[in-house]
Ligand binder design. Structure first.
Ligand code: PHE
Length: 452
């Protein structure tokens, strides 16, 4: 055994538990909040088609690569690279993931805080006399305020802290196992409701009818960023989770089920939001606030809107929690294993940084909105930097690493363990990791900075 062998790591107890946690990490605000607003600002159908293509040709191979690295090394991200390629700079990829995870945790917690505001405010928000204009105004006032968004961001991070301290298995696995299916059913019910709205067909056309002339470099970059963000890849989250998988887990199956469900939830969210956007005469281009303005309008039209809203925002909050737990786990496992911190200290440290940066992001819709870098507020900057730059960059390096550096026998062993047909996938996956993903991502980067 190598010298850096550490205490036995926790292992997810069941096979379904492994899939459920990967799905729990992937499904979250990225699907329900980020996908609709990104699609809305980037041309609807044009964005959608690129997004789906990227999930298939870049996303699935990269999730597999992360699972392979994680389960083989059973270590945190930086150590995983060190074990597979000792004495090389590859472990630096781990730091990209570390930075990205903290940036994402910070702005993500702000939006998760909005879900808490809506959850707790559902009854007054849907009072019989509240009009769509009232709700719009209320949301605007809320996010630009001085303390409420900060209060909810910190509350959300405090809840994370409590769950994270209870350790990997109990906290995370139980939560996501029980709640994801309920969330799915609720989304289907809302979809059916949206499809009966007067302008439903216009909304569907916007989302599903691609106008190819709208595929610009910025649409390509954003769709790629969304694919990475939504699948929680490129930052080592799935390396960390893969390191907790048992040998009975079928990696390819787990990767494809995760991608399928994740994309399914994003599409359902689109089918809920766009028919409503057009039916209520709103603009699909309103950016990060889109979903939080459209949903209340939908709920007020439903019988018992306040109750639907409470249930929905509660589940959305939990879906966000399983995602933030997975991103926090990247830095917690790093601090514990590389800096020999106790779990409590590592968690306090991670959440502490997120509280500071999250507060800055929370205030960037109000008091700090004029402080910008390259025209972007802290919130937008963190989002842009992590999703559109760091995750694809991390994904490109992870693909090159797995495709070119990792011994092919390791890949074979990992994809055939716990699986009967896994070996058929060896060639296509290695091909994607060696050529398709790195070249594809590089081309999109070059294209977006105007070089090609
Ligand atoms: N995939 C998560 C979502 O869609 C967000 C996330 C990104 C989680 C990166 C972990 C790491 O909400």
């Amino acid at each position: 055994m190598s010298k850096d062998t550490i205490k036995p790591r926790a292992v997810f107890a069941t096979r379904i538990g492994a899939i459920a946690t990967a799905v729990g990490s992937a499904v979250g605000l990225g699907n329900i909040w980020r996908f609709p607003f990104e699609a809305g600002t980037h041309g609807g159908g044009a964005f959608m088609i690129c997004y789906i293509a990227f999930i298939m040709i870049l996303g699935i191979p990269v999730i597999c690569a992360e699972f392979i690295i994680g389960r083989h090394t059973r270590a945190n991200e930086t150590r995983a690279f060190r074990r597979l390629a000792p004495g090389t700079p590859w472990h630096l990829v781990g730091y990209i993931g570390l930075i990205a995870s903290i940036l994402i945790l910070s702005f993500y917690s702000v939006v998760a805080g909005w879900t808490l505001e809506y959850f707790t405010g559902s009854f007054s928000l849907f009072a019989a006399d509240a009009t769509t204009a009232d709700q719009h105004q209320r949301f605007g006032q809320f996010i630009s305020g001085n303390w409420r968004p900060v209060f909810w961001t910190i509350t959300f991070l405090a809840i994370n802290f409590a769950v994270l301290l209870r350790g990997v298995q109990k906290g995370i696995e139980r939560l996501s196992n029980i709640l994801m299916p309920i969330m799915f059913l609720l989304l289907i019910a809302f979809c059916i409701n949206s499809l009966t709205m007067p302008q439903a067909s216009e909304g569907l056309r916007f989302l599903f009818h691609p106008d190819f002339s709208q595929i610009t470099p910025s649409v390509l970059l954003s769709a790629m960023g969304q694919a990475f963000f939504s699948l929680s890849i490129g930052l080592g989250c799935m390396i960390t989770y893969g390191s907790y998988f048992s040998d009975r887990t079928d990696l390819i199956r787990c990767a494809s089920v995760t991608a399928l469900l994740d994309t399914g939830v994003a599409i359902l969210a689109g089918i809920i939001i766009f028919p409503a956007v057009f039916s209520f005469g709103m603009s699909p281009q309103s950016g990060p606030t889109l979903v939080f303005e459209v949903l209340p309008a939908i709920f007020s039209q439903l019988q018992g809107g306040a109750l639907w809203s409470i249930l929905f925002f509660f589940l959305l909050f939990l879906a966000s929690l399983t995602s933030t737990i997975s991103m926090s786990e990247i830095s917690i496992s790093y601090f514990m294993e590389e800096h020999r911190m106790s779990r409590t200290r590592a968690t306090t440290f991670t959440i502490g940084i997120a509280v500071i940066l999250g507060t800055v992001c929370a205030l960037s819709f109000g008091p700090l909105q004029h402080i910008t870098v390259g025209g972007l507020t802290a919130f937008n900057l963190f989002d842009y930097l992590s999703s559109n730059i760091l995750l694809p960059l991390g994904g490109m390096l992870i693909s090159i690493f797995t495709g070119w550096v990792v011994d092919r026998r390791i890949i074979r062993t990992q994809i055939t363990k716990g699986s009967r047909g896994g070996s058929h996938w060896l060639r296509p996956i290695v091909f994607c990791l060696r050529y398709v993903a790195p070249i594809g991502i590089a081309l999109i980067f070059l294209n977006s900075i105007g070089i090609i």
